[in-house]
Design a protein around this ligand. Structure first.
Ligand SMILES: [Zn+2]
Length: 253
């Protein structure tokens, strides 16, 4: 009995500490992407998703990683960098770039796949582009990322703070509203952000997200001044993820 309870607690802990952006972040990434999809691509993708949108399935991977069928994807939600900031593939559990590159490879020949295989690979792409832009999901060789911080009166793992703790403390937009507020760059700037491959995007994330260790410090309260720096970083990461996801899907379909 005790063992079972510990096993359940262990699973809960994993789901809280490594789920990626919470619902708000993932759905906003997908909404920005949806707003930038070519109409023909949007229509094609929604046909494979049974009439649902990419926003509807933005968090699907977090909900299904706990099922026996998709347990093998549990390690896919983060990426690891070596001391020089280069991508390091986790051969044992996989990682976001590994999952993403496989899904992209599959979707490049989507006409040869079954409809259900196309659908699941779309769900991987939607989610993993989001996850890899979450500061907590950039795993640095040179930083401890297992400490706790306080936001308001709540103590939480620093990972949770960046997944959704900071968002919940500061933002009350729906995904549609938030996407509308963030996605306001001119077309040329948006296109420049969306360029490159997932490996290029990871390099960019390693650089931009390193400031997280100055914003959320071990054992410390996250102050309003910290939040004032954290929120623009989060919003910039969400916008980049959304624009890059759109570019990727527009290229695939
Ligand atoms: Zn995730």
């Amino acid at each position: 009995m005790k063992k079972t309870i510990f096993a359940i607690l262990g699973c809960l802990l994993i789901s809280f500490t490594a789920s990626g952006w919470g619902r708000e972040g993932h759905e906003t990434v997908a909404k920005i992407a949806e707003n930038n999809l070519k109409p023909s691509v949007k229509k094609k993708i929604e046909k494979y998703l049974g009439g649902k949108s990419i926003v509807y399935y933005a968090k699907w991977m977090d909900d299904y990683r706990h099922t026996p069928e998709y347990g093998f994807t549990t390690g896919w939600h983060v990426n690891y960098a070596d001391a020089d900031g280069n991508y390091v593939h986790d051969e044992k559990s996989g990682d976001a770039i590994y999952g993403l590159e496989q899904a992209i490879g599959n979707l490049e020949n989507y006409k040869e796949l079954s409809d259900s295989a196309v659908a699941v690979n779309i769900k991987y792409v939607i989610h993993l582009v989001g996850d890899m832009h979450c500061p907590a999901h950039v795993k640095y060789a040179v930083h401890d990322q297992k400490y706790k911080v306080r936001i308001g009166s709540e103590t939480m793992p620093v990972h949770t703070a960046w997944d959704d703790g900071i968002i919940k403390a500061t933002r009350y937009f729906s995904a549609t509203e938030w996407a509308g507020e963030l996605d306001r760059l001119d077309a040329r700037t948006s296109r420049a952000i969306a360029e490159g491959s997932p490996r290029d995007w990871f390099r960019d994330c390693v650089g931009t997200c390193a400031v997280q260790f100055e914003i959320t410090r071990p054992g410390e309260q996250v102050t309003q001044d910290d939040l004032n720096i954290a929120v623009p970083l989060i919003e910039s990461q969400i916008l980049k993820a959304g624009l890059r996801l759109a570019e990727l899907l527009n290229g695939l379909f």
